[in-house]
Design a protein around this ligand. Structure first.
Ligand SMILES: Cc1cc2nc3c(=O)[nH]c(=O)nc-3n(C[C@H](O)[C@H](O)[C@H](O)COP(=O)(O)OP(=O)(O)OC[C@H]3O[C@@H](n4cnc5c(N)ncnc54)[C@H](O)[C@@H]3O)c2cc1C
Ligand code: FES
Length: 276
């Protein structure tokens, strides 16, 4: 296999010609936390912008910048504070992940086995970065740990070193049981909670979830997780409905038995009159 990494270079020539400051090196239109360029009347977002010297080559930070700028234009206080990189790609059927900032030294813990390579970087007990090639059921856990700064216990670190997993579970829990804050669509940072809400509001197919939330519309690798959520919640709803039907049937049978086994009901007086 030949891996070619070309990187990205912002198209900032228009800004250069207009006299706006651009970042040194790779370039990109220099913006502050309000996404304002060196001309206070001009803003820049997305891959052409360089925030604190960083040009993001991903969709999600562009959306965060767009949200920030929309809020500022609407008169609400908002700032872009940077973005913790999370890249998920699929090459020739192999999943490749890179999460967090790999620049700080930290302590690297690696595991290899079953056709997978996993590495976490620890700063104290916190995971600050992770990289993985091949399937990793707990990648969502790793991503949440990086994003929220959850510390790992010494047992979890040891477990990861020995087995490549943080817990003794060998299979991941279904998407429907993930915490609401867990990210399902990495590209757009769409959480389990947002997808579950859309599902509860009537989105009953992957396409409907995608149309409502945007999940699966960039790289598409989260599509199986969306399908799983639809299946899980459909079968849960079906079994909930089944439980109601079983209860109603049981009540009906009990009523029939009570009527059959009890004293005969006296006919209504109107009926007696007709019979007489
Ligand atoms: C092959 C490939 C795969 C990728 N896969 C992923 C992925 O899986 N997940 C992910 O998150 N990201 C991925 N990316 C990155 C993602 O596409 C970019 O981060 C995103 O498109 C940036 O959005 P943007 O709107 O800032 O810029 P762009 O999408 O590049 O849009 C900029 C637009 O401005 C136009 N333009 C430039 N100069 C001028 C000018 N002077 N006048 C008028 N128009 C101009 C350009 O033609 C272009 O249409 C991938 C990128 C590539 C190339
Ligand atoms: S993870 Fe890329 S579209 Fe959802």
């Amino acid at each position: 296999m030949i891996a070619m990494t070309a990187g990205i270079r912002p198209r900032d020539e228009l800004a250069r010609d207009a006299g706006l400051a651009v970042a040194s090196g790779r370039g990109g239109i220099a913006v502050d936390d309000a996404l304002r360029t060196t001309d206070p009347a001009i803003y820049a977002i997305g891959e052409c912008a360089s925030h604190k010297g960083v040009v993001y080559g991903l969709v999600a930070p562009g959306f965060r910048m767009a949200e920030t700028l929309a809020a500022i234009f609407a008169g609400r206080p908002s700032r872009f504070r940077g973005y913790t990189p999370a890249v998920r790609l699929r090459f020739a059927g192999i999943e490749v992940w890179s999460l967090g900032d790999h620049a700080p030294p930290g302590t690297r813990v690696r595991w290899r086995g079953n056709g997978s390579h996993r590495q976490i970087t620890l700063w104290g007990r916190r995971v600050i970065a992770a990289v993985a090639v091949g399937p990793w059921e707990e990648i969502g856990f790793a991503q949440n740990s990086i994003r929220h700064g959850y510390p790992l216990s010494p047992e979890q670190v040891h477990q990861f070193y020995r087995t490549g997993t943080f817990s003794r579970r060998t299979t991941r829990s279904p998407v429907s049981q993930w915490p609401e804050s867990a990210i399902v669509c990495n590209c757009l940072e769409i959480t389990q909670g947002a997808l579950s809400s859309a599902r509860a509001e009537g989105c009953s197919s992957v396409e409907a979830l995608a149309a409502r939330t945007g999940a699966s519309t960039i790289c598409g690798s989260c599509r199986p997780l969306l399908a799983e959520l639809i299946d899980d919640t459909s079968s849960a709803a079906a079994s909930k409905g089944r439980a109601g039907l079983v209860l109603a049937a049981a009540v009906a049978v009990a009523l029939v038995l009570a009527i059959a086994g009890g004293a005969p009901l006296p006919p209504a007086t109107s009926v007696q009159k007709i019979v007489a």
